[in-house]
Design a binder for this molecule. Sequence first.
Ligand code: MN
Length: 442
Amino acid sequence: MIYETNKTHDQNLKSWVESANALDTDFPIQNLPFCVFARGCTYENVRVGVAIGNFVLDVYACYECCLFDDESFTIAIAASNYCLDHSVMKKNANLQKAFRSRLVEILSADADEETQKQVKRNLIPMDEVDFYMPAHIGDYTDFYCSIFHASNVGAMFRPDNPLLPNYKFVPIGYHGRASSIVVSGTEITRPKGQNRTDPDAPPVYVSCKNLDYEMEVGFFIGKGNELGETISIEEAEEHIFGLCLVNDWSARDVQAWEYQPLGPFLAKSFATSVSPFVVTMEALAPFRTNAFARDEKDPQPLDYLSSEVNEKNGGFDITLEVYLQTEKMRDENAEPFLLSRSNTIDLYWTPAQMLTHHASNGCNLQTGDLMATGTVSGDSKDARGCLLELTWRGKEPIQLPNGEERRFLEDGDEVIMKGFCEREGFRRIGFGECRGVILPSE
Ligand code: MN
């Protein structure tokens, strides 16, 4: 099942929330991503919200005002006081569709004055709220789905054998750490770790020297599956609630030393940042594309990872941008510098294939689990989604406009990730930002 476009995607739809009609907003009425937020810093006030223009709509408060009177989703919303994963997220597509359609109704310029008045009371300016993790993430899995990223990294570490023979058959992944996933804006402490730069000397335990980011897209599991059950490729998307931006912070010097034979461990588990907004699968309907067009010489995916629908519409057209703002640039009021622009159309595997593969051994996925694509890199140099690739392991430093130079991240650097979808005939929608500033080691 893949969502089709409907009247909630009509580009002519306008909202009475004026800022939602700005052409460059990430959050027009056609988007309506979910978030978890609080006004003031008290955790007791944490609520489920929906982004619209420069505001967050307090979903539970709207429920209390009887703005959601359709019985089919009243129960779900009632449970959504402070928690997305125990309410809308785990419900089926019909409920989610009904909810989106009701949200569009009450936020549309056509809504009657009384509705507008009631809804307005529950709109909070975005700059007055703090965002929290959009879900309680029980498990986190990170894939490695860009063949360009895998080939580049492979070429650096294994020049004679860049792409391993399993790559075109298996969506490669590793189990990440859920406890250290943080929401955008959380400061990231530079990790310490074992580093062995001199092959003739023993390793040392020091501050990470080659700190990096990875530009990725994440997806949240909606409905889960029972232990021992699998999820077919045809059913896969019914289990995906929505997408967000992910920064898989990486300690490259630690990684190079520890990764064999079992893969990433402490080089990744110190922190992962996510954007606060979850863009729903339905909102993304206009921006679906075909799965990666495999080279004629490439093997086709095995049957359980293959379907006509996935091949035709399993991909996403999401433009991803990474910006860097150093401490000096902040002091000089210089604009963040664009490091790369890539797109999820370059992923070798679709989210449906990742999910189906993940559950293909009977592993149970649970509501709120996060999966990420792996670094999204394209073929061209300016589409490389991490510094490891951009500076070719530090050999080709990046020159910043103010004369500074970067091989890897330095203390005080802020990484800012953005994502958006554009297509002729539809409104542009965005993912907001995923930001993080590097603090010195403890
Ligand atoms: Mn990664």
